[in-house]
Design a protein around this ligand. Structure first.
Ligand code: BDR
Ligand code: CA
Length: 310
């Protein structure tokens, strides 16, 4: 079993990724730590709790930062994810409340308690991760790796010609996280735009496994309509899922390594850069994903969501 923490802003593609992780027999999700982005942090936290209930999971849930480190917050993405973050589809209220520790505190605590074992998967703006680093810089040496959905290196951005939403929402946090000395693998739009979940694909999952499939299919309708009107795609890009798929199947991805950086002001704010590696051999490796086996991803997602693993 791989131990993971998912830092997230649920969010429809976050929900698709979280349900995969919570259904996966080889993943132990220790915590969902929540951040603003697709919705406000309080709603992201409530959504994470509801997803745990849906998937019958006892993963810890903690609430995190409610705004970026430095910049004025951007508006939430209700035109992409609906005003409740789930395409205006309602899940029953959760019976649990969040942990008393903040997201950053919980991240540090769990990494300290499980040295070398935790993969930190971040699929929202990187504020909580930057705050965890500030709280305890030593976590860089104790985490197994950090896997991020964010940025774009060889493709256009999705919130500006240069930037992807998660990085654009807190470019200063992203810069801190990119520059920390820990093994980092970044899944940007370069790979996440290679996969589409169509209506028919999600219909099939819902028919095979109504829980959580029906919720995911219904929530995704809003997201699919957004993609359809903006990009004329019949389906949606499950961005956040790519980070989870990498954790379970790194062999399906092509990676490039180098130095990572983020532009934090001006017209290109949020632009992510990969430059030639000048790091010493003792420094942790930074990689980006450039290609992915999309057939394998689609097959695996269906298998995990429809099997009776748990
Ligand atoms: C990223 O931004 C959010 O809208 C999605 O949940 C994903 O994490 C894609 O750019
Ligand atoms: Ca997200």
């Amino acid at each position: 079993m791989k131990k993971i923490i998912i830092d997230t802003d649920p969010g429809i593609d976050d929900a698709l990724a979280i349900c995969y992780a919570l259904s996966h027999p080889q993943l132990q999700v220790l915590a969902l730590t929540c951040v603003y982005g697709n919705v406000a942090t309080s709603l992201a936290t409530d959504n994470a709790l509801r997803l745990c209930e849906l998937c019958d999971s006892s993963a810890l849930v903690a609430t995190g930062a409610s705004q970026p480190l430095t910049i004025t917050p951007h508006p939430v993405a209700d035109f992409v994810h609906g005003s409740n973050g789930f395409g205006n589809v309602t899940l029953p209220e959760a019976s649990r409340t969040p942990e008393s520790l903040s997201a950053a505190e919980l991240i540090v605590k769990l990494i300290d308690e499980n040295p070398g074992e935790i993969t930190l998967v971040a699929v929202g703006p990187l504020t909580n991760i930057a705050l965890a680093l500030e709280l305890s810089p030593g976590i860089t040496q104790k985490v197994a790796s950090v896997v991020i959905m964010g940025g774009t290196f060889h493709r256009e951005g999705n919130v500006s010609p240069y930037a992807e939403a998660n990085i654009w929402n807190d470019p200063h946090a992203a810069k801190l996280v990119f520059n920390a000395d820990w093994p980092l693998i970044v899944h940007g739009l370069d790979v996440t735009r290679q996969i589409t979940f169509s209506r028919e694909y999600l219909d099939h999952i819902a028919a095979e496994k109504p829980v959580p499939g029906t919720f995911l299919r219904n929530a995704a309708e809003f997201y699919i309509e957004f993609y359809n009107s903006r990009d004329s795609i019949n389906g949606c890009c499950p961005h956040d899922h790519l980070a989870l798929a990498y954790v379970t199947h790194p062999e399906w991805f092509t990676l490039e390594s180098g130095e990572l950086d983020v532009i934090t002001d001006g017209e290109q704010t949020g632009r992510t850069l990969l430059t030639q590696n000048t790091a010493s051999s003792t420094q942790a490796i930074k990689q980006i994903a450039t290609d992915v086996d999309s057939e394998k991803i689609l097959e695996d997602y269906t298998d995990i969501l429809t099997a009776n693993h748990r």
